[in-house]
Design a protein. Structure first.
Lengths: 258, 307
């Protein structure tokens, strides 16, 4: 990675921290500690399930919200503040700007997820008093969540490279929702006929498949996640992210910034 | 200085407004009719809920299970005879997360018993357990619970025996399952079978609620058995003397007993003038079927930990 990309990435990270993005950790800590303490009083025998399900769901949703709302402003804010012109007047290429922004946001989310993961394991230890071997699969679920963030970040950047922040947020969130239904979309495609079948199949393969990256329920029940799935999900997320980033670079390279 | 004064006034306003709003809400709650939100299922389709959860169906299942527990607990405390939303709530919970074993185990014990101890829906309890076994075929607890419902609520010994036998073949199954299967097959004494079932429940669970519930049932079985034996003794006395015994001392003497029969709390049983045997404190035994005073209406359930 070039030094210029690293520089843009570290600046993006610093800016996110300055924007108090990591304050969400406080809300997360309160949510999780509250659940860990109170759930045994209002429910029966699901303390562990709640901590894992709630913890990982919160990690996922907080991260997706941050990814979308920070990601959509990464390009437009620079244009609005006219800081983009200062950056691009230096020997920085447009693609380096996009890629640097992506790594900055991804880094912010990775750091955020790291602290949240500590919270999840802390709450888990509080309710179960000890860790067991299958708890290690929670790390796999967290890894998959980070892969989801990479996809969402790249999509937010893609949409923000040609659209207004509001529309970019709508597009990115819609794709997240549709991507969560990817399996249903495939089911629909298999039942449809003719053009509808082709259209549904194409849509099912084009939208990001977030359902295969969601193993929260499985790890909550201490079910193992296969190595094959880990490898293939990693490759899928990397290729999809690369595709969306390439699209963002292509559009941004041709964008008239005058 | 002006800025500081503004801050003080704003802080005071904040505290006053917050206190006032809390007090007002408290008064509004008192004058408003009680909300029935707990009894309403806005979305009754598990499929729609599963999709609406955007893949976070595990958390949604936890929420619905908690809601089920709250719904049952509230109505059970009120000694309600209707639990209309219980089965749909359980159906939604288990559809959202088919591997949530507590929802099957507790759900069946909420659904199967006759009101006010449960919803009186043993058939739906069986359907729930069968769905649970279908998704968790290696969990012997579910076979045990299904056989339990067949035996206690439907007195279907044949099916109970078959289910216990099926469960006993699962690796690491509790050894009680084999014995229970045999007992069901030969229709052993009601009390000894029931005692064995609840003992197995007590021993195989680490959950305090389940263990406490099992203990209460074991206490109730002992009372039911004692009362049955005492009533048989009263009948023998009446046959021999042409009248009911005047008191339990007279009965004990006729039966050549050195001491009076006492309930699990150590209180002696009482004998009414018409020869009926009853417990001194029926509220202490929420599951007894015998020894209740005529016209007795149970209060809210209370559990004891005494053995």
């Amino acid at each position: 990675m070039s030094a210029r990309i690293l520089y843009i990435a570290s600046n993006t990270f610093r800016e996110a921290v300055r924007d108090r993005v990591l304050y969400n950790l406080i809300a997360f800590a309160l949510l999780l500690s509250g659940a860990a303490i109170f759930v045994s009083q209002i429910s029966i025998e699901i303390e562990r399930l709640v901590v894992v399900n709630l913890g990982l769901t919160a990690v996922s949703l907080f991260g997706i919200i941050i990814a979308i709302f920070i990601g959509i402003g990464l390009v437009s804010k620079e244009i609005e503040k006219r800081t983009l012109y200062t950056v691009l007047s230096r020997p920085v290429r447009r693609w380096e700007f996009i890629v640097g922004k992506f790594f900055g946001l991804a880094g912010t989310l990775a750091v955020n997820t790291f602290f949240m993961a500590i919270g999840v394991f802390g709450a888990l230890l509080y309710v179960t008093r000890e860790f067991s071997k299958p708890d290690a699969f929670i790390l796999v679920a967290l890894y998959f969540i980070v892969l989801q963030f990479l996809i969402i970040c790249s999509l937010a950047l893609l949409f923000s490279s040609f659209s207004t922040p509001l529309l970019a947020a709508v597009f990115a969130f819609s794709l997240f929702v549709i991507g969560s239904f990817a399996d249903d979309l495939r089911g629909f495609a298999s039942m449809a006929h003719g053009a509808a079948r082709w259209f549904a199949t194409a849509a099912a393969y084009l939208v990001p498949n977030f359902s295969s990256l969601n193993v929260i329920s499985a790890v909550a029940h201490q079910q193992p996640v296969s190595l094959q799935l880990i490898v293939q999900n990693t490759l899928y997320a990397l290729f999809y992210t690369a595709m969306a980033l390439s699209g963002a670079v292509l559009i941004f390279e041709r964008r008239n910034l005058k | 200085m002006t800025s500081r004064r503004t801050s003080i006034v704003a802080a005071a306003c904040l505290v006053v407004s917050l206190t006032a709003s809390i007090l007002l809400l408290h008064h509004i709650d008192e004058i408003r009719p009680r909300a029935t939100i707990a009894d309403v299922l806005y979305i009754s389709s598990p499929k729609i809920l599963k999709r609406a959860s955007l893949g976070f169906d595990g958390l949604m299942a936890c929420i619905y299970w908690t809601r089920t527990v709250q719904y049952f607990g509230h109505r059970h405390f009120l000694r309600s005879h209707t639990y209309h939303e219980l089965a749909p709530l359980l159906e939604i919970t288990t559809a959202l997360d088919p591997h949530m074993v507590p929802a099957y185990e507790f759900g069946a014990s909420f659904l199967a018993p006759a009101p006010p101890n449960g919803a009186g829906e043993p058939v739906r309890a069986i359907e729930l357990m069968q769905y649970g076994i279908q998704h968790n075929p290696d969990n012997w607890h579910l076979y045990y619970d299904l056989g339990f419902v067949y035996y206690t609520e439907l007195k279907d010994y044949k099916r109970a025996a078959a289910v216990f036998d099926q469960g006993s073949r699962i690796p690491n199954a509790h050894p009680f399952l084999k014995i229970l299967a045999a007992q069901m097959a030969e229709h052993a004494s009601e009390y000894s079978t029931a005692r064995m079932l609840w003992t197995a429940t007590y021993e195989s669970s680490s959950d305090t609620h389940i263990r406490q519930n099992a203990l209460e049932h074991l206490r109730a079985i002992r009372v039911d058995e004692d009362v049955t034996n005492l009533e048989q003794a009263v009948a023998r006395f009446e046959q021999a003397n042409g009248r009911a015994p005047a008191n339990l001392w007279e009965l004990a003497a006729a039966e050549h007993l050195t001491e009076l029969a006492v309930d699990p709390d150590g209180a002696p049983y009482e004998l009414s003038f018409d020869g009926r045997v009853q417990v001194a404190e029926p509220d202490n035994f929420p599951f007894i079927t015998k020894g209740l005073p005529p016209g007795y209406k149970p209060g809210p359930p209370k559990f004891h930990t005494k053995g």
